[in-house]
Design a protein around this ligand. Sequence first.
Ligand SMILES: C[S@@+](CC[C@H](N)C(=O)[O-])C[C@H]1O[C@@H](n2cnc3c(N)ncnc32)[C@H](O)[C@@H]1O
Length: 332
Amino acid sequence: MTTGYSVSQYGNMIACKPRMDAYAEALRRAVTPGCTVIDIGAGTGMFALLACKFGAERVIAIEPADAVQLLRISARDNGFADRITVLQDLSTAFTEANVADVIVADLRGCLPLFENHIPIMIDARERMLKPGGILMPHRDTIRAALCCHPDYTELCEEPWLRNDYGVNLSAGHRFAVNRFLRTILKPSDLRSAAHDLLVIDYGTVTSPDFTGSIVLEACEAGTVNGFLLWLDAEIAPGLRYSNAPDEPPLVYETCYFPLECALDLAVGDRIELTMTARLGDGDYLWTWASNLIRAGTNTVERAFRQNSFVESALAARRLRALPKDDDVAAST
Ligand SMILES: C[S@@+](CC[C@H](N)C(=O)[O-])C[C@H]1O[C@@H](n2cnc3c(N)ncnc32)[C@H](O)[C@@H]1O
């Protein structure tokens, strides 16, 4: 492989039934005899093969990873070799303008704000899609809720705030809480109702950067130590799947953003959450600002400002060989 996943990992994606069922049905509805379909990030080519099966006349499968060579064999095995063109490259290398009746892609990670997914979709829509053509996915919504991660102590506190050796390691604590983790939590780990944090409409999105603000209200008394974010995907209008904690598990886990410290909340206590995601050099930088407001009041009792670029600040310090400045602390 030059890039991308192993063949078994592509197999796991195809075996992820809620995801595949939504994509397959969306393709079945969208593909009409004689149409042209572009499969971006084709992997081993499952979407390209389905597009042929549903009657596409021409399918262009674009994928930089070597795994796409399997598609040449599968195309032959299914009798589609004369309809599928394999382009082993990045989508930016495809230069035919406005040829696609349908563009299908799944370039997400656990969240749709992943690597260059959004710029790739914008570029595909603007350069490759015919006017009135169909883009899959149609819309993604990132949902969020308060949660209590059962492993918070191990993930965020130990050994930085407590260890068995009597050594003060508190300087490392900021690294443990200024990152997000892929995780699976149970519905019983949630502490509030879920709210829509960000909505990405692929027909209109123009920027890879997003900010969302919501207020999450504790629905039971107890510990809250972070936010759980997940994806509600709409591949075509009405065809959805989700990695919400109360849905069957998908190939994609959810994302846990810890709070700087765990909080004891009463029913009705609120946390105002503002999340920003900015695309850097092929990777998202996240900031999450949280204000705790107790039930029946309007004053902010605690405020936290966290971000995912603390590690980068440490690397920058090493690269620049700064002798004294505490630029890491300054970045948090
Ligand atoms: C999550 S996999 C999806 C594989 C397959 N389409 C599926 O859904 O089962 C995403 C794929 O997109 C590819 N990819 C990433 N950036 C790309 C780009 N700019 N152009 C084409 N493919 C890209 C990756 O190599 C990876 O194989």
